[in-house]
Design a protein around this ligand. Structure first.
Ligand SMILES: [Zn+2]
Length: 208
């Protein structure tokens, strides 16, 4: 029998994204946030964290990645194109300079799509070229990064490597999933009937 799955939310402060602590067969963090190290460590509270999975390259999701990886002794992962940009410290597409920051090149592993036993890695380009979502089919949970938000929101596509058509296609894939709980990269979490929020996002995006 699989271990009970628990998700703890550490909601973003300031510009930071939300960070999620997932406790299941594997304990991991979804995204790292910006200026959130102490908050995250308080929530982690001694749990052994094996990995930190970054949904995409943007600075508000990755600024704390190196410190958290060191302090929690956890391996950093990002999807292929995002990992490449982070390894190269590509400030322009990471948006570090837009936030008045600079990010040292990260030591980061490429996220294989079959890394987890119970979470599926979904390739959902559009907000950035290599953005991903994580989906748990049995529990109907979706971590959506900056691809889709609560209440019909969707990620920006006017930033480097963004692509509106790709985002529509990606959210179209998400719309077909059974989703109860939505854990997006910003703003509020949805705990029931999250599918409706995703459908609204797609509708809004197609309309405007
Ligand atoms: Zn982003």
């Amino acid at each position: 029998m699989s271990r009970e799955l628990k998700v703890k939310s550490i909601l973003g402060r300031g510009y930071s994204c939300n960070v999620f602590l997932v406790k299941s067969e594997e304990n991991f963090l979804v995204d790292a946030g910006m200026d959130m190290v102490e908050n995250v460590k308080k929530k982690v509270d001694g749990t052994n964290i094996e990995s930190i999975v970054l949904t995409h390259r943007h600075i508000d999701h990755v600024a704390d990645a190196e410190r958290l990886s060191t302090e929690l002794d956890a391996t950093l992962y990002a999807p292929g194109k995002e990992a490449k940009a982070l390894r190269e410290g590509d400030d322009r597409t990471i948006l570090s300079s837009s936030f008045g920051r600079s990010l040292s090149p990260l030591k980061i592993e490429t996220l294989d799509t079959d890394i987890f036993s119970c979470f599926e890695v979904l390739l959902t380009p559009g907000h950035t070229e290599g953005s991903i979502c994580l989906y748990h089919e049995d529990e109907k949970i979706l971590f959506s990064g900056d691809t889709v938000f609560a209440n019909g929101g969707a990620g920006r596509t006017d930033l480097p490597t963004g692509n509106r058509d790709e985002l529509i296609e990606s959210i179209g894939k998400l719309e077909k999933l059974e989703v109860d709980s939505l854990y997006p990269g910003h703003m509020s979490v949805v705990k029931e009937e999250a599918e409706k929020h995703i459908k609204r996002s797609l509708k809004n995006l197609r309309m405007f």
